[in-house]
Design a protein around this ligand. Sequence first.
Ligand code: NAD
Ligand code: MG
Length: 403
Amino acid sequence: MSVVQRLCILGSTGSIGVSTLDVVARHPDRLSVYALSAHSRIESLAAQAAAHDARVVIVPDDAARQRFLAAWPDRRPVPEIRQGAQALADTAADPEVTAVMAAIVGAAGLPGALAAARAGKRVLLANKEALVAAGSLFMQAVREAGAELLPIDSEHNAIFQCLPQSADRARAPSQPAPGVRRLLLTASGGPFRCTALDELEHVTPEQACAHPNWRMGRKISVDSATMLNKGLEVIEAHWLFAMPLERIQVVIHPQSVVHSMVEYTDGSILAQLGQPDMRTPIAFGLGYPDRIDSGVGLLELTRLGRLDFEPPDLRRFPCLRLSLDALKQGQGACITLNAANEVAVDGFLHGRIRYTQIPAIIERCLGDSARFGVQTPSSLDEVLYLDAHTRRLATSYCQAALG
Ligand code: NAD
Ligand code: MG
C-alpha cells in the first residue's frame, strides 16, 4: 500500500520547486501539499498555493505578506502565512509534514534542511550547499533522528539508484557500501566546454546561463559553467555515500544522459540513464521505494546514437580544482568555498565582476581561511558565522575587482 506524503516544499517557486509540483499534481492519491515557500516570486507562490490547496505558505517579510494577500484569488480561504527565516525551519519540522523538499538555493537553505533532518522527516535534498557547508552535522542529524535522506541532485540520485539495495540506504551510511570501488560522477562540461580559453574573460551572464542540456536556476547554471557545481557535487557525494575523495572520479559526458555510475570491485559499472529532466529524480524521491510516473518521456537510445566521455581539464575549470582542494582542507574550507562562490556568482550575474574573476575571488578567500587556520565548525551557529564572515570578505574582494 502506498504511503500518503504531506509535503513541505522549501523554494517552491524555483526550478526544482516547480518540477516537484508538476510531479505532485500527477499523484493526488499519494502526494499532498502542506506548505510552500518563496523568497521573491510571491505572485507565483500565491498561484501555486491556490492550485495545490496549500495549508501554509512562508514568505520572507511583511512586504511579501502584503503582496501575497494582494495576489490571492478572491473568496478562497487564505492559507496560514508564516514569515521569516525561522519559519522555514519550524515548518520543515512541523508535525503535519512527512516529507520536505529542500529546494532553496544556496546556504540559505541549510537551516530548513537541517531542521527537517533533525525532526526525522523524509528529506528530499536538492540543496547541495547544505551538505557542502555542514556535511558532518547534517549526516549526524539524519542518523540520530532516523530521518530518510533521498538525494535529488541527478548525479547523486543516479548513484543512489546504482548502489546495492540495502535497508539503510536512505539512513546516512557511515561507511562506503560493500563491493563499491569508485563513484563516477558525470558532468556535461556546461556551455564553455569548447570555448577558446582567452574568450572566457568576456562571456556574459546570458551565455553562462545557457546550459546545453538542463533548464535550471541562474546560480546553479553559472556553477555548471565554471564546474564549481561539480566540485560541490564531489563534496556532496563524499558526505552522502561516506566515500573518500580519491574514490570519486569526475567524468565529462556532454550528452547528460548517463547521470552517474557506480564502479564495483568485480569490474562491473552500473549506470542510471534518462532524459535530462529533474522530474525523474524528484519522482524517485517522492515515491521511494515505489516507482511512480514523473511525466518524463522515454529515452530513445537509437536516436541518441552515441555517448561520449572525457576527463575534465582543470585549467579550463579552476573552480573544480579549488573545490577538490577545499574538501582536502576540511569543513571550514568547504564553507568558505561555497560562501565565496555565492557572492562571486551574484557579482557576475549583476555585472559587477567578470566570469574569470569568480575563481580568483574564491581562491583569495580560501587562501585567507588557510592562513587563519579555520577550525571545523561543530554547530549550525558556527557554520553560519563562518559563512557570514566569508561573505563580507568576498564582497570586499568583488568591490576591489570592480575598482
Ligand atoms: P532557483 O533559483 O530556480 O530557485 C530557488 C528557490 O529558493 C526559489 O523558490 C527562491 O524563492 C528560494 N530562495 C532563494 N533565496 C532564498 C533565501 N535567501 N531564503 C529563502 N528562500 C530563498 O534554484 P533551483 O535551480 O531550483 O535550485 C534549487 C537548489 O537545488 C539549489 O541548491 C541547486 O543547486 C539544487 N539543484 C537544482 C537543480 C536544477 O535542475 N535546477 C539540479 C540539481 C540540484
Ligand atoms: Mg547535479
